[in-house]
Design a protein around this ligand. Structure first.
Ligand code: NDP
Length: 277
């Protein structure tokens, strides 16, 4: 598995698995559990979850998948902005730990910016880190200005990643946030790399899937993974989808095909405010 380094020096896989909407439908649960186990078996050991997903149901599913193999995984979870106060952050983290039946989260993110002053959240995250409840912390849905503000705060430079929307149809971050992250040697974590499935029906993606004798999902993921600074966390609800994601890592799109994708999904020419799903 290809890895990238977080600013703290820890190596993480560039391909993980997302869990939004997992654990919510009883008839899908078994496949989702198998998908998470399959991801761990195939080196996609970065599992992205959040207290928000299914009101804790996704974290409970993650906990089940981790049984007996916690140390093989790199768990990313997130605190909701309205919980991200001095006390609330600690309580939210402890609840997540309980649901996942673990005593630490590898990387704990502020899900998006809310009303709590950022400095208060950073203090709480630092406290969680010094208590050993989380190893590292980061943020999500932060635009370049938010990142600058964060770095100016005491402790702000401990941030390890920014998880943002990035895929062929959402390229805004290429204008400034991605270059900014590169300058700071901080990987970006790309969420919704398949645009929640919408990309899989796009003509140019379908054409390339045919040309490479692969699936549209693999074309969309290979495109995100072409950038060594980007970690992709597709949600795959079955082992078949997990194996397809894994195979996308070995798929190299040619310069000509990358140009064709640029024509179909043009890169930004000016600043685009960060989009969110
Ligand atoms: P994705 O772009 O990852 O798309 C997921 C959809 O694609 C699902 O419907 C899935 O179906 C389908 N899919 C996956 N693999 C294949 C395949 N090989 N062939 C066909 N269909 C496929 O969407 P998400 O929004 O879920 O993003 C991924 C993760 O990012 C989330 O699960 C979450 O962990 C994180 N996220 C974070 C956000 C944030 O604010 N920080 C916001 C949004 C997402 P199936 O389930 O059947 O496999």
């Amino acid at each position: 598995m290809r890895t990238t380094k977080l600013p703290a020096g820890v190596e993480v896989p560039v391909l993980g698995i997302g869990t939004w909407r997992m654990g919510e439908q009883p008839e899908r649960r078994r496949h989702e559990l198998e998908a998470l186990v399959c991801a761990l078996d195939n080196g996609m050991s970065l599992i992205d979850t959040a207290e928000m997903y299914g009101d804790g149901a996704a974290e409970e599913l993650v906990g089940e998948a981790l049984a007996g193999r916690r140390r093989q995984a790199f768990i990313v979870s997130k605190v909701l902005p309205h919980h991200a106060s001095a006390k609330g952050t600690i309580a939210a983290c402890e609840a997540s730990l309980k649901r996942m039946a673990t005593d630490y989260i590898d990387l704990y993110l502020l899900h998006w910016r809310g009303g709590v002053p950022l400095a208060e959240t950073v203090d709480a995250l630092e406290r969680l880190a010094s208590d050993g409840k989380i190893r590292y912390w980061g943020v999500s849905n932060f635009d370049t200005g938010d990142m600058e503000e964060l770095l100016a705060l005491p402790g702000g430079r401990k941030v390890q990643t920014n998880q943002v929307l990035y895929n062929l149809m959402r390229r805004g971050i290429e204008f400034d946030l991605l270059p900014w992250s590169r300058q700071h040697a901080m990987p970006v974590m790309a969420y919704s790399p398949l645009e929640q499935g919408v990309l899989l029906g796009q003509a140019e993606v379908l054409r390339l899937a045919d040309e490479y004798s692969t699936t549209p999902a693999q074309i969309a993921l290979a495109w995100v993974l072409r950038d060594e600074q980007v970690i992709a966390i597709p949600k795959a609800g079955t082992p078949r989808h997990v194996r397809q994601a894994r195979a996308a890592l070995d798929l190299r799109l040619s310069p000509i095909d990358l140009q064709a994708l640029d024509r179909a999904f043009p890169p930004p020419r000016r600043k685009v405010p960060l989009e969110m799903i």
